[in-house]
Design a protein around this ligand. Sequence first.
Ligand code: NAD
Ligand code: 0WE
Length: 272
Amino acid sequence: MLLQGQRFVVTGIASKLSIAWAIAEALHREGASLILTYPNDKIKKRVDMAAEHFEADLVLECDVASDESIKACFEQVTAHWGDGINGVIHAIGFAPMDQLDGDFTSATTREGSQIAHDISSYSFVALAKEARELLAMRHGSMLTLTYEGSISVLPNYNVMGMAKASLEASVRYLATSMGGEGIRVNAISAGPIRTLAASGIKSFRKMLDISEKIAPLQRNITQMEVGNAALFLLSPWASGITGEIMFVDAGFNTVAISEQLMMMDAVTPNQK
Ligand code: NAD
Ligand code: 0WE
């Protein structure tokens, strides 16, 4: 087992569909010990269930909107694993729903932008501050989840695109800042997956349909494929990789105009 004796703190489990669930699954499969976190009492029950499934050591509150909550969480991590941790997984993203619907310029507000950046981007740095000492003891690493909307425009992703661009920049700055302590920092840019964070997004179904038409693999990706890529980045096999944004998107990001798009009637009527 690749990660026998290794220890990871996993944030962002909200259901069995969560990307964080699949990452925990891969880590657990390889023998790692886990601490799982939840943001509030509403989600706690779900994470308790996950903790049972993954034989997790502890379940801790960690609301990334609060410095006190993050601090208290890592005090408990330190009390349990005082001689270090091997990794922290950040699988958290949030913007108020009204920000993710319609014309970017009209939909985006100061408050919506602040919340999106606070919860989806700054929180990664906030976790790094508290995890740093424990990670340094074992030359551990951090991993976050991002999306293509940081680089290219996708309908309705809006202010989350700004927040993900900021998150990706933080990966590079954190990697440089903590590299001297042997701490690596990476991200996975995942293709669209139906999770709680995708539910309620208008036209998400359509996003999935179009993605599978454009992507070189001609299909969408699964949570398990993200879990396995995460396992690699968090493992000793990736000891030379830091500051990296790795795409797990069936190749979608590499294509500008696909053969499929050339043949779509709405785009090129009467001239196939
Ligand atoms: P999800 O809804 O299962 O996970 C989102 C998590 O964020 C939830 O567990 C939620 O509890 C947590 N969260 C929200 N506010 C929080 C707070 N204040 N403190 C602590 N946790 C908080 O959805 P998911 O798709 O698994 O999302 C995980 C990550 O993957 C997100 O960063 C998301 O942007 C990213 N991502 C998702 C997709 C996709 O299509 N689903 C694609 C690429 C990247
Ligand atoms: O990063 C994400 C999820 C972003 C997200 C989703 C929600 C829904 C519930 C952030 N905040 C909220 N707030 C809520 O209240 N993804 C990559 C998935 C996603 O979200 C989209 C997408 C895709 C893909 C939004 C619009 C268009 C495409």
